[in-house]
Design a binder for this molecule. Structure first.
Ligand SMILES: Cc1cc2nc3c(=O)[nH]c(=O)nc-3n(C[C@H](O)[C@H](O)[C@H](O)COP(=O)(O)OP(=O)(O)OC[C@H]3O[C@@H](n4cnc5c(N)ncnc54)[C@H](O)[C@@H]3O)c2cc1C
Length: 186
């Protein structure tokens, strides 16, 4: 998802700001090429003139288009969703293994990491929004619990932006550290 103001970034974005097959705006890199890590694979393929037909789902109805998911080969570059899932896994796993009583150095390292993460994130508009969030809500790095909750809130901010349900942050440790109480992760 991208805000209106971001569509004006880069000279080519205005000319090419058509919607993709999923109904989302196609996001372009600053060089004017469709951004692979900012779009879903379906939209990226449409924008680059590739096939949007899927071997898993060839239906024509609007419903089937909505549900259509291209499953790429495992060794292809990630789209915005795969990149996001992998990145959240890394971030929440860092929270899960962060010391309960971190030293000053460890706190400093984590703050720097979060700051650089936003600057280097491969989906540029996602990274810009993440940087804004970090400026608005300072990362809480004093304890593992504080950081886990801060990150959960940051993830929920993106969930809300994308129209997804929010996650109950009381459960972040079960999801990312201890496994669920019903034992299915043991
Ligand atoms: C920093 C960052 C910014 C992003 N910004 C954008 C953006 O602007 N636009 C865009 O299209 N995509 C963005 N993404 C990607 C997006 O957040 C999702 O990763 C992607 O849409 C895939 O979503 P998903 O439904 O598979 O689950 P994900 O949101 O990737 O979540 C993975 C798993 O984490 C768990 N989870 C969900 N919410 C929380 C939470 N609050 N706390 C703890 N665990 C949780 C759930 O078990 C879920 O299955 C961003 C990703 C990152 C890392």
């Amino acid at each position: 998802m991208v805000e209106e103001s971001k569509e004006n970034k880069g000279s080519q974005i205005n000319e090419r700001s058509e919607s993709g097959v999923t109904g989302r705006k196609i996001i372009y890199d600053k060089d004017g090429k469709p951004c692979r890590t900012c779009n879903t694979l379906l939209d990226f393929r449409m924008a680059t003139g590739g096939s949007v037909a899927s071997s898993q789902n060839q239906g024509n109805s609007e419903d089937s288009l909505e549900k259509k998911k291209i499953v790429p080969s495992k060794d292809c570059p990630p789209d915005v969703e795969e990149l996001g899932r992998s990145s959240w896994t890394l971030l929440h796993s860092i929270a899960a293994t962060y010391p309960e009583k971190p030293t000053g150095d460890q706190q400093q390292n984590l703050k720097q990491f979060i700051s650089l993460f936003g600057k280097l994130y491969p989906c540029w508009f996602c990274g810009e929004d993440f940087q804004s969030y970090v400026e608005k809500k300072e990362p809480q790095v004093m304890t593992q619990e504080a950081f886990g909750r801060w990150l959960c809130d940051a993830h929920n901010e993106v969930n809300i932006k994308l129209g997804k349900p929010t996650f109950d942050c009381n459960l972040w440790k079960q999801r990312w550290k201890d496994g669920w109480e019903d034992g299915r992760c043991n």
